[in-house]
Design a protein around this ligand. Sequence first.
Ligand SMILES: Nc1ncnc2c1ncn2[C@@H]1O[C@H](COP(=O)(O)OP(=O)(O)O)[C@@H](O)[C@H]1O
Ligand SMILES: O=C(OP(=O)(O)O)[C@H](O)COP(=O)(O)O
Length: 409
Amino acid sequence: MRFGTLNDIETNKKTVLLRVDFNSPIDPASNIILDDKRFREHAPTVRNLSDSKLIIATHQSRPLKKDFTTLKAHAERLERLIGRPVEYIDDIFGRCARDAVKRMECGDVLMLENLRFNAEENIKMSPEDGASTHLARGLSSMADFYVNDAFGTAHRSQPTIVGIPLAMKSVAGTLMEKEVSCLSRVFSDSPKPVTFVLGGTKVDDSLSVAKNVLECKTADKILIVGVVANVFLTAKGINIGDPSYDLIKKLGYSDEVSKAAEILSKFKDRVVLPEYVAVRNSDGEREEVSVDKIPKKSPVLDLGIDSVASFCDILQNSGTVVFNGPAGLFEESMFSTGTFELLKASAEADFSVVGGGHTAVVVESLGINEKFSHISTGGGACIEFLTGKMLPAISALEKSWELYREKCS
Ligand SMILES: Nc1ncnc2c1ncn2[C@@H]1O[C@H](COP(=O)(O)OP(=O)(O)O)[C@@H](O)[C@H]1O
Ligand SMILES: O=C(OP(=O)(O)O)[C@H](O)COP(=O)(O)O
C-alpha cells in the first residue's frame, strides 16, 4: 500500500481527527439505528486510538432524505459498543466544537455533528478545492493527525475525503486498510479458480465489474444471477416475459442489454447464465421453468433449482468467490433459495468476499458471516473498487503520504 497507516504515526497524547462512515439504516420516526454493522467494523480503529484525544466525524444520509439526522444516537451507540464515554456535540468546526476539543484529555472521545449539515460536504470537488473549503480548513486546524477509515465513502470526492488529506498529515484507519488489502487480494494472489457472482439490481455497475475482471483475467468465471441475469438472458435473445422486461425498463437499464451482448460475445465461455429460473405463476406460487419456456406474464424472481445445483458445484470448486448482489427476491422466502444456497456454497471457498448492503444483511441473517474471509462495509465503494477504478479516498491518502511522510513520526 502506498499510504500510511496507524503503525506509521505516534498518536499518544495527540489530537486525532477520525473520519468514519457510520451512515446506517435508521427508523426516521424513532431515530433508532437499525443496523450497527459499520459501528462494529470501525470499533477496532477507535480502540487503536485510545491513547489520543479522539475527534470522530461522520455523515448520516443526505440532505432531504428522511434519515438525514443529528448524530446523538450514533454517539450513544458507539459509547455502548466501546464501553467508554463518547461526548456528542451539535457542531462541526465552530466555536462550540473548538472549545470542546480544547477541553479534551487523552482517552476522551468527541463526536462532531453530521458532516453533511455543512453544505460543502455535499459537493463533489477536486482535492485542491476540497482542501480550500471552510470545512477542511476548520477541521484540519483542530487536530495533529487525520485518520480516514471511511471506506464506505471512499468513492466520494468530498472535502473530508479528498480535501483534508491534502491539508494535513493523514493515514488510513484499520478498517480502510483491511478493506483495501482484502479487496486488492482479489486482483493478485487469490486462490484459483476465481469465481464472481454478480446479481441484485445494479445492472450498470455489475456490467462494469464483469468487463473489468474478465478483461484483466481476474475472474476465471462469472455466474450471473438476479436482475443482472435477466438483462444477459435478454441479450442472448431469450424472452424473459413482460414483467421482468418491464422491470429492466423501469430501472433504466434497457441500454445495458447491448453491453451485456458485447460481454457475451467476447467472453462466452467464462460467463455462466441460468438455464433454469423460478417464476411467480398465475396462482402466485413458485414455478420452476427452463429459460426457453418463461411464461409471458410471470416475473422471474429466483434462480431455478437445477441451476442452483450447477452454480453451487462451480462455487464449491472455486478457490476464491466474490459475491455481489442477491440471486433473487430473497425478501420473500419462496424466492430466497438461490441467494441462500449460493451464499452458503460461497462461504466454503478458501477466500470469499461479499460486497453490497443487501447481500451482507443476508449473510448475517444466515449466521455464516464468520465463514467469509471479508464482508465489505462498502456498497458503491466496494463495487467501484472491483471495477478497477482508483477510489478518490485512496488516491488522496497516497498523495498525503507523499507530501507528509517525513513529518509523520
Ligand atoms: N429477479 C429479481 N427480480 C426482482 N428483484 C430482484 C431480483 N433479484 C434480486 N432482486 C432484488 O435485488 C435487491 C438487491 O439488489 P442490490 O441493491 O443490487 O444488492 P446489494 O445491496 O447487495 O448490492 C433485493 O431487494 C432483491 O429483492
Ligand atoms: O452508505 C454509503 O454508500 P452505499 O449505500 O453505496 O454503501 C456511504 O455512506 C456513502 O453515502 P452516499 O451514497 O450518500 O454518498
